[in-house]
Design a protein around this ligand. Structure first.
Ligand SMILES: Nc1ncnc2c1ncn2[C@@H]1O[C@H](COP(=O)(O)OP(=O)(O)O)[C@@H](O)[C@H]1O
Ligand SMILES: [Mg+2]
Length: 374
């Protein structure tokens, strides 16, 4: 079963060991539905919460998110798969307890739909580099930097890109000298946001209104990541986002229309429930009702942020636009939420690239790139 040159084999990899396992499954359900089987030979591969790779059914119904009480997950009862590199080509091997290992054939491109650590952070990208297989999206360095809210800011600042004032709390600092940590936070001025450095989906994030709430918020963030970022709040900032796709050939990255997240008063910020649960209190305004000069500024900065990290494929860059019209970058996501109702695909749909076309474009960009140092 070799992949034909006309129908490249795409391994869609989802699930994974991070707290965003369920979100990844939801994304995979939509991508699997959107990939054109006439153009691609698709192999769904799940990574269980324990980290085992399995040949999934990829049934979109089962992968959908219907309520907070029943989060979709990778079916751990399925046969194990492994990526092996033989004679310079990457093959998928299936191991079932009762039969000899069989090959699923060569893989032309991997579509890693993993969010968070062990997925969006350069680790799977490193594995795929080692295996010599092409993949969709950012490489090792861009993924790792994009995942770490601390180093992301260091790189943005080095490129002269605007970010909010912040301080980092490492485990050693917190455990040996919490007073100095509290002081550093105090000098940012309350309110602040306390975040796990390598988190996502708002998990472990708190808005802290005064010093009395700080310790609890730091402990909560530390449950998800030993390294914690504390950041000045963007007071009355509008949450504006922009999608970026790698340019074709030597073209610069392309920015989508910009969009706005509007949360009603029942959520203090864009928390997990506001992000993912249906019937919640969030409006996505696509495009945003923003003056042209501000939208243009956001798009320029989005492209610069993409290049600052040497991103590839896709990224979503998130901003705060403050009442004085200053624009600051909140974060970049190298594997943004990717269901059809997620911001990134909606921004591209509003820019003329619908969901199936977007999926196709990303696979094509990945197929076109070289393996090894780029
Ligand atoms: N400095 C800030 N000022 C105001 N709101 C913030 C700030 N940082 C985070 N938030 C709110 O928290 C949400 C999640 O924070 P974010 O840094 O984007 O983490 P995640 O990677 O989990 O999305 C943001 O979308 C926003 O609503
Ligand atoms: Mg965010």
């Amino acid at each position: 079963m070799e992949s034909s040159p006309n129908r490249p084999r795409v391994a869609v990899v989802f699930g994974g060991r991070s707290s965003e396992h369920a979100i990844s499954c939801v994304t995979a359900g939509s991508v699997l539905k959107a990939i054109d089987p006439e153009r691609y030979d698709v192999v769904p591969i799940g990574i269980t919460a324990e980290g085992r790779w399995v040949l999934e059914s990829g049934d979109p119904e089962r992968l959908a998110l219907t309520s907070a009480d029943r989060l979709p997950e990778v079916d751990a009862s399925r046969a194990t798969v492994a990526l092996s590199n033989e004679d310079g080509s990457s093959r998928l091997m299936v191991h079932e307890p009762t039969s000899v290992p069989r090959t699923l054939g060569e893989v032309d491109v991997v579509f890693p739909l993993l969010h968070g650590p062990w997925g969006e952070d350069g680790t799977i990208q490193g594995l795929l580099e080692m295996a010599g297989v092409r993949y969709v999206g950012a490489g090792v360095l861009a993924s790792a930097v994009g995942m770490d809210k601390h180093y992301m800011k260091v790189v943005f600042q080095a490129h002269g890109l605007p970010v909010l004032p912040y301080t980092v709390i490492t485990p050693r600092q917190w455990e040996t000298d919490p007073a100095t940590c509290r002081e550093a936070v105090g000098s940012l001025g309350y309110p602040v946001f306390v975040k796990p450095c390598r988190g996502g989906s708002s998990i472990g994030i708190s808005k802290v209104h005064d010093a009395s709430e700080l310790d609890e918020a730091v402990e909560e963030a530390r449950r998800h990541d030993p390294k914690v970022l504390v950041e000045a709040a963007a007071v009355d900032g509008r949450e504006i986002e922009c999608g970026v796709i790698e340019g074709v050939g030597d073209k610069p990255p392309q920015a989508s229309v910009v969009a706005e997240i509007q949360i009603d008063g029942s959520h203090e910020f864009y928390d997990f429930a506001a992000k993912y649960l249906p019937e919640e209190h969030t409006e996505l305004a696509v495009p945003a009702d923003l003056p042209d000069h501000l939208a243009k500024r956001v798009q320029e900065l989005a492209g610069e942020a993409f290049d600052a990290l040497s991103c590839e494929g896709l990224a979503r860059v998130d901003f705060f636009v403050l009442p004085d019209e200053s624009v600051v970058i909140n974060e970049i996501n190298t594997m943004p939420g990717f269901t059809p109702s997620s911001m990134f695909p909606r921004m591209w749909a509003a820019s003329g690239l619908d969901y199936p076309a977007l999926v196709d474009r990303l696979i094509q960009l990945a197929l076109r790139r070289s393996t090894g140092l780029r």
